[in-house]
Write a protein that binds this ligand. Structure first.
Ligand code: GRF
Length: 214
C-alpha cells in the first residue's frame, strides 16, 4: 500500500466529522494519518475524541490574540510544525485569512452543510426550511479566502420532507457528511482525485450526483 496522506484537522466543537475520519482510518477504509487536531476552542468535545485516540490536540484560542492576523499567524506556526499534506476543516468556525490560505493553497478542504453555491454561511438548515426547498445537502470544497467559496470537490444531496425540522436536516446532513469526508480523503489518498498546485482538479468521480458512500 502507498504511504498514508498526512492530515491536520481543524475543529471548533463536537468533532463528529473528525470521529468519522478517525473511524475510517482505524478500520482500514482510509489510508491517512491524523498528525494533530487543532481547535480554536479549549472546551471543544472533538479534543476529547482526539485524546481518546492518542492524537495530538492543540488549542489556538483566538481570544489570546489582538487581531485576526495574529491569530492566523499563530495557527500557521502550529500547523507548520506538522507539515501536513492537507488541512481538513471539520466544523472550524473561523475564516482563514489570505496569507494562511496561500501558505496551503489548494490543500485545505472544508465541509459545508448546503448544496453550494446556495446557502453559504451560517444557519443553512433554518434558511432551507424557510424557503421550502425540496432538496438540501452537503458540499466539500477547496478553501479560498472567501467564505464557503472555492472549487467544489464533492456534493451529496438529500430530500427535505414537508415536516422536517432543523434537527432532522442536521441528522440527515451529518449522516451524509460522515460518509463523504472519509470517502473524499480516500480518493485523494489513492489518486482517484488529484488536485494540482494551480487548483485544477482531476477526478474520476461525479461531484454532484447521488453517490453511495458505503
Ligand atoms: C458540520 O455540519 C459541518 O458541515 C459544518 O460544521 C458541522 C461540524 O460538525 N461545517 P461536527 O463538529 O463535525 O460534528
Amino acid at each position: 500500500m502507498s504511504e498514508p496522506i498526512n492530515l491536520v484537522v481543524f475543529i471548533s466543537g463536537n468533532g463528529s466529522n473528525l470521529q468519522a475520519i478517525i473511524d475510517a482510518i482505524e478500520c482500514g477504509q482510509l489510508n491517512a494519518r491524523i498528525q494533530a487536531v487543532i481547535s480554536d476552542e479549549a472546551d471543544a468535545y472533538g479534543l476529547a475524541r482526539a485524546e481518546l485516540h492518542d492524537i495530538t490536540g492543540v488549542v489556538v484560542d483566538h481570544r489570546n490574540y489582538n487581531n485576526r492576523n495574529e491569530f492566523d499567524q499563530a495557527l500557521l506556526q502550529n500547523v507548520n510544525q506538522f507539515n501536513p499534506d492537507y488541512i481538513v476543516l471539520a466544523g472550524f468556525m473561523r475564516m482563514l485569512d489570505p496569507d494562511f490560505v496561500e501558505a496551503y493553497q489548494n490543500r485545505i478542504f472544508n465541509i459545508h452543510p448546503s448544496i453550494l453555491p446556495n446557502y453559504k454561511g451560517l444557519n443553512t438548515h433554518r434558511r432551507v426550511l424557510e424557503n421550502r426547498e425540496k432538496e438540501h445537502g452537503v458540499s466539500i470544497h477547496l478553501v479560498t479566502a472567501a467564505l464557503d467559496d472555492g472549487p467544489i470537490l464533492l456534493q451529496g444531496r438529500y430530500p427535505v420532507e414537508q415536516d422536517d425540522k432543523v434537527e432532522d436536516l442536521q441528522y440527515k446532513g451529518h449522516e451524509l457528511e460522515h460518509r463523504m469526508y472519509p470517502a473524499l480523503l480516500q480518493w485523494i489518498s489513492q489518486g482517484d482525485m488529484v488536485i494540482l498546485d494551480n487548483g485544477i482538479v482531476f477526478q474520476n468521480r461525479p461531484i454532484n450526483q447521488p453517490v453511495s458512500f458505503k
